[in-house]
Design a protein around this ligand. Structure first.
Ligand code: GLU
Length: 494
């Protein structure tokens, strides 16, 4: 049985790996993995003008980063041109297709006439009924032709059972005799895609509802070629809150998988989020391990209606869907610390935050730092931006923290060095001893404890919120705390 389960991801390499494409790949992968089947990666590069090497590379890198592995391929559609041409000839020979010599001008005129007469617009089948001699004469004259598929003229319909949408039927009379080979001899998607799926023995086609307009025609092609029709499952589209398709042109980089990689997202967090854009487990579980998701996944639970990707253009922190940020935060905040450190190392190195000792004697200190810092973080990037203060003295202070917790209390300019001296005198530097010292200080000055505490948070970490300040004192250590507090005057000058 498992041998029979064969799915494919056949992207056209004309751009970046779109998150919608990644979702398609993911759902196919989940089904293949659940059933011990195979996933085939096929690059549909027949559109030579639009296909690029860079795009192919981007798709492959994106899938590798996401952890969506494939069992066969990448195959390249252009390598199978002979199969496509042969299938076109087979369809001609078996009377399922015909050569159409109508020119573009003929077709335009016919379309206009049909529109004026308010009859159905569609090819009027002039060439379907040409005699053998008429065809020969045109061929001898070198008249260019396309090849059209002969949709049955009798009453009836073509149908398939969609795993998601149910019984899908279309009357023959509503399908025009569609073109399968262009006048330049190049077979079109509708044919190539079916021929490849037949050759690759694809059992399940899981793809977006944007392909619904193709499926009935493709079922006709399968039947005409005498091949079994695969199971179809059409997924809903992913739209923005204005019900518009999300594209790079209108939504920018956040539609490309690469953006998530470069902006500190964890690949499985993205997968976890993407699967729920269009599929539901039937309860409100939102976090799945790989194994759990593979177990839970069924085609039948793919949603019928479109899913919404919340995109907030004006909020740089939450520019992508907040749910994705929360999913990412969940994984970030619960993952193994050694694993997290390994992920962060290259970025910390690039940001000048890495110390060699983090691999040896300071390893534990690093892990505790990451654990304390991540309580509030959403992406890996946050560690090297908002998180700089945990590692080095030169960081940018959150302007809100500066305003509210530092500048608002002008006296702090004198108080921070005083507090620093008091902390410098401590012979044991623990959360408790720091707490006593700061409490005494606040009592002497007759101010609320919050004032030196929140001020110190800003001076030490540049942030407005964070873990317990006494733990932060103890963790950063006496030297760093004293140095930064003594140096706090710089923030008042800026
Ligand atoms: N190359 C097509 C696309 O990227 C494949 C569609 C299909 O799954 O059949 O949309």
């Amino acid at each position: 049985m498992a041998d029979d389960v064969r799915l494919r991801f056949p992207p056209s390499p004309t751009g970046y790996l779109h998150i919608g494409g990644a979702r398609t790949a993911l759902l196919n992968w989940l089904y293949a993995r659940k059933h011990g089947g195979k996933l085939i990666l096929r690059i549909e590069d027949t559109d030579a003008e639009r296909s690029t090497e860079e795009s192919i590379k981007g798709i492959i890198e994106g899938m590798e980063w996401l952890g969506i592995d494939w069992d066969e391929g990448p195959y390249f559609q252009t390598e199978f041109a002979a199969d496509h041409n042969k299938a076109a000839q087979t369809l001609l020979d078996s009377g399922h297709a015909y050569k159409c010599f109508c020119t573009k001008e003929d077709l335009d005129a016919k379309r206009e006439a049909a529109m004026a007469a308010k009859t159905t617009v569609g090819y009027d089948k002039t060439c379907r009924h040409l005699s053998g001699e008429e065809i020969q004469a045109r061929e001898d004259a070198g008249t260019p032709f396309v090849i059209r598929f002969k949709v049955p003229e009798r009453e009836g319909s073509v149908s398939y059972d969609d795993k998601v949408l149910g019984y899908m039927e279309r009357a023959y009379c509503d399908i025009e005799d569609f073109v399968i080979v262009r006048s330049n001899g190049k077979p079109l998607y509708l044919l190539c895609n079916v021929v490849d799926d037949i050759r690759d023995r694809i059992s399940h086609v899981v793809r977006g509802q944007d392909h619904l307009t193709n499926t009935h025609r493709q079922v006709l092609v399968y039947k005409a070629l005498g091949a079994p029709v695969p199971v179809f499952a059409h997924m809903p589209l992913t739209l923005d809150t204005n019900k518009k398709k999300i594209s790079k042109r209108s939504h920018g980089e956040i539609v490309a998988v690469q953006w998530y990689r470069d902006n500190g997202f964890l690949p499985w967090a993205l997968c976890n989020f993407l699967v729920l854009l269009g599929w539901s487990p039937g309860d409100d579980t939102e976090i799945f391990s790989k194994e759990e998701l593979i177990q839970a996944f069924t085609l039948e639970r793919i949603n019928k209606s479109n899913s919404i990707f919340n995109y907030k253009k004006d909020d740089p922190k939450f520019i992508t869907d907040p749910k994705l940020l929360h999913t990412n935060a969940h994984y970030l905040r619960t993952m193994d610390l050694a694993e997290l450190a390994a992920l962060l190392k290259p970025q910390m190195q690039a940001a000048g935050l890495w110390r060699d000792s983090f691999d040896s004697e300071q390893k534990e200190w690093l892990h505790t730092t990451l654990d304390m810092a991540r309580e509030r973080f959403y992406t890996l990037k946050d560690f090297t931006t908002e998180g700089r203060g945990w590692f080095v003295d030169d960081f940018d202070m959150d302007p809100k923290a500066l305003q509210k917790n530092v500048l608002k209390h002008g006296e702090l300019k004198e108080w921070f060095p005083e507090l620093a001296e008091r902390l410098e005198r401590l012979t044991t530097f623990t959360a408790e001893s720091c707490k006593e010292a700061v409490k005494e200080f606040a009592a002497e000055k007759d101010i609320k404890l919050g004032i030196p505490m929140n001020g110190a948070r800003a001076i030490l970490l540049g942030q407005i919120k964070g873990p317990s300040m006494f733990d932060v004192f103890a963790h950063l250590g006496q030297e760093t705390v004293v140095r930064r507090l003594k140096d706090a005057g710089k923030w008042f000058e800026a």
